[in-house]
Design a protein around this ligand. Structure first.
Ligand SMILES: [Zn+2]
Length: 263
């Protein structure tokens, strides 16, 4: 009897969750086709896009335009330029491109700050070290991003970091209820314990100065996951050669089994 009740509760929870995860967000305005000038910018600045086949490029473009039609982007003491729309939408779609139906139901608006801000979302005063932020409470359905950092990540072709992708990965992690570094919708149950073991070992390697992964990843499992995802999407070949185990798990989580095979 108890098992039946638990099963029914689980099914009800699943029924409530699935449309939220997979349902299509209705755009406020019909998405327009991507201008050719934007495609040229994607070709120039986004290696992930460059590696796609023409058909997959068209899919990427259409998902970017749908994202922009369903998500507000607002400048805080800065003006939002066309390039910011392109970079934010590309950063949103890159980590979910392996999931054709995936949308960010936990995001309504991106607030773009000119540069780093503090934990009270202020641009003045001390401790202005935050480049991006998502979370719960007042941050529900919001993402805060530094415009300077957003642009730098795409201008710098050899870096392993990308704050916008990092924040979108936190939103993916959040979909199962908590930002905890275990993306339960993306990782089959049998892989969770090996994943946590890999995270622990990787963090130990960073602590002992034996790793090129950004030390910010040591903060906790959630930050490790987001930092590792940045590395995976920015420098997949380097991650593959230096951290093959991590590359393999990232590929499994994001359903991306080799960027070079896409071309
Ligand atoms: Zn983070």
């Amino acid at each position: 009897m108890d098992a039946l009740i638990i099963t029914l509760v689980c099914l009800a929870a699943l029924a409530l969750t699935l449309p939220w995860v997979f349902g299509r967000k209705k755009p406020a305005t019909a998405p327009r086709p991507m201008p050719d000038s934007w495609k040229a910018i994607l070709e120039r600045d986004i290696p992930f896009y460059q590696a796609l086949t023409p058909a997959r490029k068209a899919e990427f473009e259409s998902r970017m335009m749908h994202f922009l039609a369903t998500t507000r982007i607002t400048g805080v003491q800065t003006s939002v330029e066309e390039i910011d729309h392109i970079y934010i939408a590309a950063s949103a779609i890159i980590p979910i491109f392996g999931f054709p139906q995936w949308e960010y139901h936990n995001l309504h608006e991106v607030l773009l700050y000119p540069d780093a801000f503090n934990h009270d979302y202020q641009l003045a005063g001390a401790n202005r070290s935050v480049l991006g932020m998502v979370g719960n409470g007042p941050l529900n359905n919001l993402m805060l991003l530094s415009q300077h950092e957003l642009r730098q990540a795409f201008i710098n072709k050899t870096g392993k970091s990308n704050t916008a992708i990092h924040e979108f990965v936190h939103l993916i992690d959040q979909t199962d209820g908590s930002i905890d570094g275990i993306p339960e919708y993306f990782l089959d149950k049998q892989y969770v314990l090996p994943w946590l073991k890999l995270v622990k070992e990787s963090i130990e390697n960073i602590e002992q100065n034996r790793s090129d992964i950004n030390p910010y990843a040591m903060t906790n499992e959630a930050e490790f996951f987001a930092v590792a995802a940045e590395y995976f999407f920015e420098r997949p070949e380097l991650l593959k050669s230096k951290h093959p185990g991590l590359y393999e798990v990232m590929g499994r989580i994001f359903r991306y089994d080799g960027f070079e095979k896409q071309s």
